[in-house]
Design a protein around this ligand. Structure first.
Ligand SMILES: O=C(O)CCC(=O)C(=O)O
Length: 272
């Protein structure tokens, strides 16, 4: 625990190997398969498919389902994540224990939790250099967060893992510009630091936690399969979200009765 916290504070991130159980990863993949299956059935009903590709592996099925219309493939699932399996990750006791050390005892899941199926050569999934805090800046308050990212297939340079600039979280929020899909750190701030960037190549069951001030990006996927990953953020729940959505309280000393009670409760709630 001490090393993890030190690395988070000093480097701006910490890789934690083998923290998720096999069952947790299986549940997550199972829920992602539910999302893909729903999409497949909808496209069949709409007459956009003649085959559900049920025998295709997890790493490829979405590619086949959208072969004829790659522009329609979802790049992110968000409101859809109120399924029981996702709760086993979001409320994972070890992750919450680390979050408690970093954020204190009032912990919400910030209303920005995502599953990203990064399809090969899909420009819309190439996330440029940014700080997550860039998306909430313009306010005097910097939100206190612990970001979490975990892959559902081995993530590497070829299939579009994340890249980080260690220690880039120490100077506040840099200026960002809007590119076609995302915010991007202005060149002036990026240029001096970019040579220190390192790829975060990790496997299912591993998790990387990082500061919302860390410079990071998602590389392009140049492989022949989907790079599936999940990212979410724990926030100090004594702060506002600075969004119209409020997230969900996961741990609280002050109001334990307001926390999500378990997987079934999570599945009964909405993205809000
Ligand atoms: O998964 C990716 O490629 C990028 C994710 C990201 O930028 C984030 O979680 O903040």
């Amino acid at each position: 625990m001490k090393e993890i916290i030190e690395s988070f504070l000093e480097q701006g991130f910490a890789i934690i190997h083998d923290v998720l159980e096999d069952l947790c990863v299986e549940d997550l993949k199972h829920d992602c398969e539910i999302l893909v299956d729903r999409l497949a059935k909808r496209r069949l009903e709409e007459g956009k498919l003649t085959d559900l590709f049920t025998d295709s592996p997890f790493e490829n099925r979405l590619i086949h389902l959208f072969e004829n219309s790659p522009d329609e493939v979802p790049t992110i699932f968000r409101p859809e994540l109120h399924l029981e399996g996702f709760y086993t990750l979001f409320a994972h006791p070890r992750l919450l224990e680390i979050a408690k050390q970093i954020l204190g005892s009032e912990i919400r899941i910030y209303p920005n939790y995502s599953v990203r199926p990064k399809l090969p050569e899909n420009k819309r999934t190439e996330v440029p250099w940014h700080q997550d805090a860039g998306y909430t800046s313009g306010n005097s308050e910097i939100l206190r967060m612990m970001n979490v990212w975990t892959p559902l297939v081995p993530a590497n340079r070829r299939n579009g893992c994340m890249e980080f600039v260690p220690e880039s979280h120490k100077n506040g929020v840099a200026r960002h510009n809007k590119d076609q899909y995302y915010l991007q750190i202005h060149n002036e701030a990026l240029e001096p630091l970019i040579k220190r960037a390192i790829p975060i190549e990790i496997n299912p069951k591993d998790v990387v936690i990082f500061s919302n001030l860390l410079f990071h990006r998602g590389l392009p996927n140049k492989s022949n399969h989907i790079r599936w990953s999940i990212d979410f953020r724990y926030q100090d729940a004594t702060q506002p979200t600075l969004r119209s959505t409020v997230g969900h309280l996961l741990r609280s000393k002050v109001s334990p009765e307001k926390t999500v009670r378990g997987p079934a409760h999570w599945a009964s709630l909405d993205f809000q």
